[in-house]
Design a protein around this ligand. Sequence first.
Ligand SMILES: Nc1ncnc2c1ncn2[C@@H]1O[C@H](COP(=O)(O)OP(=O)(O)O)[C@@H](O)[C@H]1O
Ligand SMILES: Nc1ccn([C@@H]2O[C@H](COP(=O)(O)OP(=O)(O)O)[C@@H](O)[C@H]2O)c(=O)n1
Length: 280
Amino acid sequence: MSSMYLRLFIRRAVNTRLYLDRVEDRCDMERSGPPIPVVLFDRLGSSTSCGVHSGNCAYQISLIIKFSMLCHPGLLISLRKFVMSAVSKPEVIFVLGGPGAGKGTQCTNIVNKYGYVHLSAGELLREEQLKPGSKYGELIQGHMVNGTIVPVQITCSLLAQAMEKSGSNRFLIDGFPRNTNNLDGWNEAMSDKVNFLGVLFFDCSEQVCINRCLLRGASGSGRSDDNEETLKKRFQTYQNSTIPIIKHYEAQGLAYKIDANKAADQVFEDVQKVLARLQH
Ligand SMILES: Nc1ncnc2c1ncn2[C@@H]1O[C@H](COP(=O)(O)OP(=O)(O)O)[C@@H](O)[C@H]1O
Ligand SMILES: Nc1ccn([C@@H]2O[C@H](COP(=O)(O)OP(=O)(O)O)[C@@H](O)[C@H]2O)c(=O)n1
């Protein structure tokens, strides 16, 4: 398939998902859980029709794809998978815990074994801060040095952009939502668009967290906030603002607590047990 056709297809499929989101918002169908899209391909002359059934609603969407593109059986399967991922809501797991609890380390393990895409809110903010000409650079830097939380409009739009860009439909969102502002902003902008599975909560003592961050700083993390003074503030923010968010999810039975004081490979054993539960 030529790359021009592939690009056209991807754009159509993404537009299809956005279109569905909009139609679904207006449609007063019964919402008895997340819609399960069923995608069927019909070969109709030179175009392909793709029907998406969602609850009581059925939409007929025509994708302008050359019939010849679909002749190869392997290609047909890949295209079908692609459309399935484009119309179904992406899976999201939040990853929370104190600074240095090992969130990033465990996310790397999960990515390697399960193929999620890892999006670290802190990392996205650091990248934005370093972008030449970013209008948010100074604001982000100020929050990082003070260990406080950047307004959600900035963080949430960075996350949404990264999700869209990745082309994946399974995400670990690390270090978010960290306060009520994060939570409210996410719920307003994103909660309808994703299939939220739950929160991995890495529970780790303050002293262990601080020691790990200091060690991370000393071994050249290059992070301006891995110093004793900022760490104290980060931990205060964690206790005052993030713990209530974890409690909020715990109250709904959606937070999975993991003892993160243990060695990294033991922590990962526990992570795998939680993921086995989350994915079924
Ligand atoms: N279970 C663990 N035991 C010891 N050191 C760890 C463990 N998990 C992570 N680390 C180390 O601690 C530091 C902080 O871990 P990181 O994953 O970056 O934490 P976070 O993303 O929560 O800030 C890193 O230097 C990492 O190598
Ligand atoms: N949702 C978020 C996540 C991070 N941040 C900022 O980014 C800093 C670093 O966050 P991080 O997740 O990379 O690091 P840890 O504190 O978890 O080690 C935080 O102290 C906040 O200043 C934020 O403002 N909002």
